[in-house]
Design a protein around this ligand. Structure first.
Ligand code: NOJ
Length: 527
């Protein structure tokens, strides 16, 4: 029986939850258009319950022209017809709650779509108008034909696009840190915060349990918009000195969001925060700001014991000062899948299993990206199907993130693998994923899927998974081992040879022991 005293109380349920990130386009398609939708998620709630997750994070499902697959929102208080409607969303929330699964949504407050009524009105208005003041419009440099500063867009090209006046003459420029279809909002304008509060309450009133906040480190911009050192420009991971992100004003914005969240019990915010400095990371988690912040250090670490240990120590230190909850993630819709990152094939899969045990052994909140539980690798896609705006914006220099966004394979034997009734899925599913389908893996006791289920269950039920810190053991070079206060020991072997296990009773290992020893590229739990 599950002992409720083992787990965080209901008000802070998120402190030790397992979140499952659904990329809605790619999870399950219920209407046969080749794109996943909310109806598909509803149909798979039984699967999610069987898997044993505590909460869902849905990548954006709000109304959007889909220039960045939903991260360009044209109406934040409606569901995009591609995914369903408000009634389906309500049903999904209700049915998930019946199964004791929470539902959190992606929120995109840094920018809107260029099809948002506010931006359409801004384009139809003149410089200096209240309509323009909701975004970041500036005159160009020199005779106006040069962008206001040298900032690049994260997706490639300039972060500024020039607009024309009603007679078609070139006029001001607007800022878009991402694609031109994603104009940045002006967060110094109180209307912007008021509108976000309305959006928060709209979804919270419908029963949503919280929000993942997109670009949570990006909403505030420096007043002077000075030029930046272009060497600091990177895709996703942002340098701490990059003036486009982590400006001090962002904290006031988070305090405003938290005030609204606090009107509703038991809800959570999780910020997408790219910042290396621990003190600055911790600032976002002060008691009146975000509940949780994504820490990407583990997702960035190679399969190397010292690097992994550093990532863990660092992530724990980042939240310690503010008594925050650590978070762990190995992949998401923006980064290469872990099986591929760890070398691909049997080796990459073995290491991904080991890293799951490591991640689940740690104190805090875990985020699992859909398809990780199937051991999916990144897909190698032909160029003519690529859809990520990064591909076009980089002049075909960067392939972008489509390889980790391919639809999930549910049933064998061939694409579309039960994902859809249409064979024309929005990204093609590799035929060699046949052994990775949910159907195949449920039948196989040793599959990645059953490995995930067992590990989730043990983490849920065993009292040894408790305590807020970790004590490191001495371990051979290339290995690591730590102990939770509750008594769980986790050992990881990143060398090429088997090693003896620390003393204790074996609870689970990511690969069969060899003569009682932990093989290469494997991890074990002991009590
Ligand atoms: C971060 C999201 O995770 C990514 O997918 C998106 O492209 C950018 N923010 C812009 O919204």
């Amino acid at each position: 029986m599950n002992d409720p005293t083992l787990h965080a109380p209901e008000e802070t349920w998120w402190k030790d939850a397992i979140f499952y990130q659904i990329y809605p386009r790619s999870f399950a398609d219920s209407n046969g258009d080749g794109v996943g939708d909310l109806g598909g998620i509803r149909e798979k709630l039984g699967y999610l319950e069987l898997l044993g997750v505590d909460a869902l994070w849905l990548s954006p499902v709000m109304r959007s022209p889909m220039a960045d697959h939903g991260y360009d929102v044209s109406d934040p208080r409606d569901i995009d017809p591609l995914f369903g409607d408000l009634a389906v969303m309500d049903a999904l929330i209700e049915e998930a709650h019946v199964r004791d699964i929470k539902v959190t949504m992606d929120l995109v407050p840094n920018h809107t779509s260029d099809q948002h009524p506010w931006f359409i009105a801004a384009l139809e208005s003149t410089p200096g108008s209240p309509e323009r003041a909701r975004y970041i419009f500036r005159d160009g440099k020199g005779d106006g034909s040069e962008p206001p500063n040298n900032w690049p867009s994260i997706f490639g090209g300039s972060a500024w696009t020039r607009v024309t006046d009603s007679d078609g003459r070139p006029e001001q420029w607007y800022l878009h840190i991402f694609a031109p279809e994603q104009p940045d909002l002006n967060w110094t304008n109180p209307e912007v915060a008021e509108d976000l509060a309305k959006t928060l309450r709209f979804w919270l009133d419908r029963g949503v349990d919280g929000f993942r906040i997109d670009v949570a480190h990006g909403m505030a911009k420096p007043a002077e918009l000075h030029d930046m050192n272009l060497e600091l420009n990177t895709l996703m991971k942002n340098d701490d000195d990059d003036p486009r992100f982590n400006n001090e004003g962002v904290h006031e914005i988070h305090r405003g969001i938290r005030k609204v969240m606090d009107e509703y019990p038991n809800r959570v915010t999780i910020g997408e925060i790219w910042v290396q400095d621990n003190e600055r990371f911790g600032d976002y988690l002060r008691p009146d700001e975000l509940h949780l912040g994504f820490n990407f250090r583990l997702a960035e670490a190679d399969f190397d014991a010292a690097t992994i240990r550093d990532a863990v120590t660092n992530s724990l230190a980042a939240v310690a000062r503010v008594d925050g909850t650590p978070t762990w993630t190995l992949s998401n819709h923006d980064i290469e899948r872990e099986v591929t990152r760890y070398g691909g094939g049997i080796r990459g899969t073995g290491r991904a299993r080991a890293m799951l045990l490591l991640e689940l052994a740690l104190p805090g909140t875990v985020f699992v990206y859909n398809g990780s539980e199937l051991g999916l690798p990144n897909a190698v896609l032909p160029e003519d199907v690529l859809q990520d705006p990064v591909w076009e914006r980089s002049g075909h220099a960067e392939r972008g993130r489509d390889g980790c966004r391919v639809p999930l394979p549910w049933e064998s034997p061939a694409p579309p693998f039960g994902f859809s009734t249409s064979s024309d899925t929005w990204l093609p599913i590799p035929p060699d994923w046949a052994p990775l389908t949910v159907e195949e893996q449920l039948e196989d006791v040793d599959s990645m899927l059953n490995f995930y289920r067992t590990a989730f269950e043990l983490r849920e039920l065993r009292p040894e998974f408790s305590g807020s810190g970790v004590d490191w053991y001495g371990s051979p070079p290339g290995c690591l081992a730590f102990r939770r206060q509750g008594g769980l020991i986790c050992a990881l072997n990143a060398t090429d040879a088997a090693i003896p296990l620390p003393p204790g009773e074996l609870l689970m290992s990511s690969a069969p022991l060899v003569d009682g020893q932990l093989p290469a590229d494997a991890a074990a739990w002991l009590v």
